[in-house]
Write a new protein. Structure first.
Length: 188
């Protein structure tokens, strides 16, 4: 079933791993949605986004590192939080580490590189909504400490984790939003 873009945009949601159906996603499908990220707007064509994709056994390694970083950054460690980190990784078929490489072109502000990367992720997210892939973007407090594990260079950074699993989007209703007319000021 082909869904129109208005429907996809209005039903795009954060779908958490505990809501995934368990039906397995294929690597080819994930490659397809990531390919769509490559068409995001980018100032001076810097294309700052890149991704590190974890699946199968590698999710456990990522989960272990997340737990270690959570423990290092907290004096009040909660076992429930540790279990939640592990469970999110286990229930996801794929976890994408969303990364950005800062351009050496000093004319381009960092916020534009971050915005381009976010738009690349939005392309992934909309693609997922159209293909019944549940997903959500998480940026935990230890996100800045994972660079060593991800083997990022000094001009690179991780902007979050994108959890993915199968989810049937057919029953999603549009969220309550403020009427857009209240957010527009027209000048003639």
């Amino acid at each position: 079933m082909v869904k129109d873009i208005d429907h996809i945009i209005k039903t795009r949601r954060a779908i958490y791993p505990n809501m995934y159906t368990g039906k397995k996603l294929s690597k080819n499908l994930i490659e397809k949605v990531i390919e769509n990220s490559n068409y995001a707007p980018t100032h001076k064509l810097t294309q700052p986004w890149f991704f590190k994709v974890y699946s199968n056994d590698s999710k456990k390694e990522l989960s272990d590192e997340m737990v270690n970083l959570y423990k290092k950054g907290n004096t009040n460690i909660k076992n429930s939080k540790i279990q939640k980190i592990k469970q999110k990784c286990e229930k996801s078929d794929f976890i994408i580490c969303i990364c950005m490489k800062r351009s050496s072109n000093e004319i381009i502000p960092e916020w534009e590189e971050i915005a381009s990367t976010a738009m690349a992720v939005q392309n992934i997210w909309l693609s997922c909504a159209s293909l019944d892939i549940g997903c959500y973007w998480s940026s935990p407090s230890y996100i800045n400490d994972i660079s060593k594990f991800l083997k990022l260079e000094s001009d690179q950074r991780c902007l979050g984790f994108f959890y993915m699993g199968h989810y049937k989007h057919s029953n999603i209703k549009p969220p309550k939003r403020i009427n857009i007319k209240e957010k527009i000021e027209w000048f003639n």
